[in-house]
Design a protein around this ligand. Structure first.
Ligand code: UDP
Length: 319
């Protein structure tokens, strides 16, 4: 029986964020007791509106740079600004959030034997020289660039957990999350799917950075959450696991999909520094280990985002 099967007390850090809140909802659906921690720097309590009605959910304001005061059986660490706009706003905060949380979670795992599921990222591969990216690729990351506070913070967190696994035998399970989109993304998140949908709904031009030929692979939130919760099924997991949708699109193709749904025009802006030219996960490991199989097509997923964003964008216009 997997770790996720019996009812447990689980902590989600970053619970009020886009992915954290979807994870909270799923864990509650599975019957667990869930403690959500967040400092509300990028997350909002609106994302926890459904969870808040459930007596098995408890929320605490908490900054993961401080030690955790809870004693759960499982911690999902999703606390960190994740969009380039948000994580570059205060790079010192971003870097220390990843690194200090890892330190505190290692201490917690040593003293309580809690299982840690760490949200790492495809950014650990940087601007990759290997395509698609497999977990054994070490990456091509600028240590002193504008993205480094996020990339190196997440890499350092992985180092913390792997040293602690080797030295103290803690049970830390690392997922490397590739580009994910879905309902509840912040309208000002700055990432490409939310930007394009918000721009199209407002009748503004869609901003393509560079020539739009760079690629990404977009995973719908519900598919990703399937993979995250299944990380508790195997008795143990050693190396990191890529989670994402392996269907690759150019950013221009994404823009054209959004225009096909909502209309709009394209405008070109300079490519940000160190912007990866291509990204696509090799998910063989997740398929074999977790039966992970993302199902939602970009077309279907975009419709889900549009349905969620339309009233929220209209509400901002009415203010
Ligand atoms: N991008 C774009 N227009 C936007 C926002 C992003 O063309 O309004 C591009 C960005 O340069 C990158 C890709 O879309 O090549 C994905 O960017 P995002 O910020 O969503 O995530 P990343 O994968 O870079 O972390």
């Amino acid at each position: 029986m997997g770790l996720g099967a019996a009812r447990k007390t689980m902590v989600v850090t970053g619970a009020a964020g886009f992915l954290g809140s979807h994870l909270v909802d799923r864990l509650l659906d599975l019957g667990h007791e869930v403690i959500g921690l967040d400092n509300l720097v990028t997350g909002t309590l609106e994302n926890l509106a459904t969870a808040g009605k459930n007596p098995r959910f408890h929320f605490e304001m908490h900054d993961v740079r401080q030690p955790l005061r809870v004693h759960p059986q499982v911690v999902f660490n999703f606390a960190c600004p994740a969009s380039p706009v948000h994580y570059q706003y205060d790079p010192f905060f971003t870097l220390t959030t990843s690194v200090m949380a890892a330190q505190h979670l290692v201490e917690l795992a040593r003293s309580t034997r809690a299982v840690i599921v760490q949200a790492s990222t495809s950014e650990v591969y940087g601007d990759p020289a290997v395509h698609p990216q497999t977990e054994d690729y070490w990456g091509h990351v600028n240590p002193i660039g504008e993205r480094s506070c996020y990339d190196e913070g997440k890499r350092c967190a992985e180092t913390f957990f792997f040293d602690a696994k080797r030295r103290w035998g803690i049970d830390a399970r690392i997922i490397r999350i590739f580009n994910t989109y879905g309902p509840r993304m912040a309208l000002d998140d700055g990432r490409v799917v939310s930007n394009f949908v918000v721009q199209a709904l407002r009748g503004e031009s869609l901003t393509l950075y560079g020539d739009g030929n760079q690629t990404r692979s977009f995973c719908y939130a519900s598919d990703l959450i399937d993979g995250i919760v299944s990380m508790l099924n195997p008795a143990s997991i050693d190396g990191p696991v890529n989670l994402g949708n392996p269907t690759e699109f150019t950013i221009r193709q994404l823009a054209e999909r959004v225009v096909a749904e909502l209309g709009g025009e394209l405008t070109f802006k300079p490519l940000p520094a160190d912007d990866p030219k291509q990204r696509k996960p090799d998910i063989s490991r997740a398929r074999a280990l977790l039966n992970f199989d993302p199902k939602v097509s970009l077309e279907e997923g975009l419709r889900g985002v549009i349905a969620d964003f339309r009233p929220r964008v209209a509400a901002t216009a009415a203010r």
